[in-house]
Design a protein around this ligand. Structure first.
Ligand SMILES: C[S@@+](CC[C@H](N)C(=O)[O-])C[C@H]1O[C@@H](n2cnc3c(N)ncnc32)[C@H](O)[C@@H]1O
Length: 377
């Protein structure tokens, strides 16, 4: 199999971090675009990237990129791709995708044309009138942007944020990929004490523990491409061995607090599922009285935003009290807070040293970073 091109979709604002991760994994031709990162890869890298990436949403193989202004061009462009190299005679190949600013704007119509074109090619190659599609899933994804079609194959299955440790049905949890990004942006390396005083289900603290341990976030889950015949099973075992060899053994001071005992119970449970219960402590605690004596540390947190008017005022009262608690900490503490609240800095009591736009789902947020405690409000 010749060299492949991978496309890694990311949440908006995380493209640069995902690109850095890919470079650290040794991939070449890494190029960050809006909402995705492209890179060149050998087949074995599919396993390595799926297992190791903290900030990407999934790993797609780019099979082709071409312009299509009408359905004929779409059909012919798709049929010309070497599908038989990727999808076996019994492979299932559903199609999904999106279209933006393109003549072919109907997604269901594009889906059906692409499906027909792949079926025509595979039917001809395998000498079959009807393809059974009873085998492994080979999810096809397309994107149409300004008439340029990108045809891709999804190697991940469920999104990479699904690490396999989080309980279902938790209110307002942070996506694991975003939590990992916040920890990475705080430059936490596992040395200083690390705290999330509004920990909820514990996502930030758990991602911090995985980062401190240098543990690959995908070791406890499976991926679609593990069932693909053209990718040797050994590549997944080799990638897991490589990842496990890179793990650190250390002791870390990682703490999460929440005022809600039910949230703390869920966070503890999630830490056990993630296998980091020996490295993270969760406690019922009020962030308004947060206090630590150590001269250095990191706070990375996601307090309630107060999306409705009344709640908004409550959030402001909370930010004010939390701001006072943070100001009383020794000068070596660096603080990162994710909030969509427009008055965050004013109520917290200080202008951030750095502000970074991030999206929590559809909600536009800022990551307010306080890194220089000598900075005056
Ligand atoms: C947006 S959620 C955090 C979600 C978390 N990042 C996760 O991934 O699950 C905010 C949390 O702050 C907690 N909270 C509200 N007021 C608090 C206070 N005074 N002290 C500590 N926690 C508080 C809530 O119980 C809630 O779990």
């Amino acid at each position: 199999m010749p060299e492949l091109q991978l496309a890694i979709p990311t949440l908006f604002g995380l493209e640069g971090l995902a690109a850095d991760e890919l470079r650290r994994l040794g991939l070449s031709g890494v190029q960050a675009e809006n909402g995705r990162v492209l890179c060149a890869a050998a087949p074995a890298d599919i396993a390595r990237v799926n297992l190791n990436l903290r900030t990407g949403e999934r790993v797609l193989i780019v099979l082709g990129r071409f312009f299509a202004g009408d359905f004929d061009a779409l059909f012919e462009g798709v049929r010309a791709l070497p599908w038989e190299d990727f999808i076996p005679r019994d492979g299932a190949f559903p199609v999904k995708g999106h279209s933006l600013n393109s003549a072919l704007h109907s997604v269901p119509a594009c889906q059906s044309i692409i499906k027909k074109a792949v079926a025509a090619r595979l039917g001809e190659k395998y000498g079959l009138q009807t393809l059974p599609e009873t085998g492994a899933l080979h999810q096809i994804q397309f994107s149409l942007m300004k008439d340029e079609v990108t045809i891709m194959l999804d190697t991940s299955g469920p999104g990479l944020h699904k690490r396999g440790y989080r309980a279902v049905g938790v209110a307002a949890p942070l996506r694991e990929t975003l939590a990992a990004a916040m920890v990475m942006l705080s430059r936490y390396r596992g040395k200083d004490p690390f705290c999330d005083p509004f920990c909820g289900s514990g996502t930030i603290a758990i991602e911090a523990a995985l980062i401190a341990l240098n543990r690959a976030p995908g070791l406890d889950r499976s991926f679609s491409a593990q069932k693909w015949r053209w990718l040797p099973g050994q590549t997944w075992l080799d990638a897991a061995d490589e990842a496990m060899d890179k793990e650190f053994q250390g002791s870390y001071d990682i703490w999460g607090g929440d005022i809600d005992p039910a949230a703390v119970a869920i966070a503890r449970d999630n830490a056990v599922k993630a296998g980091v219960e020996d490295y993270v402590r969760f406690e019922v605690a009020d962030a308004r009285t947060f206090h630590r004596d150590e001269p250095y540390g990191r706070i990375v947190t996601n307090p309630p935003y107060g999306e409705r008017i009344m709640e908004k005022q409550e959030a402001e009262v909370l930010y004010r009290a939390f701001g006072s608690a943070v100001r009383a900490l020794p000068a070596g503490w660096k603080v990162s807070v994710l909030s969509s609240h427009t008055e965050f800095e004013r109520t917290f009591g200080r202008t951030a040293d750095k502000r970074r736009k991030l999206y929590n789902g559809m909600l536009k947020c800022d990551l307010f970073q306080y890194t220089d405690r000598n900075h005056k409000p």
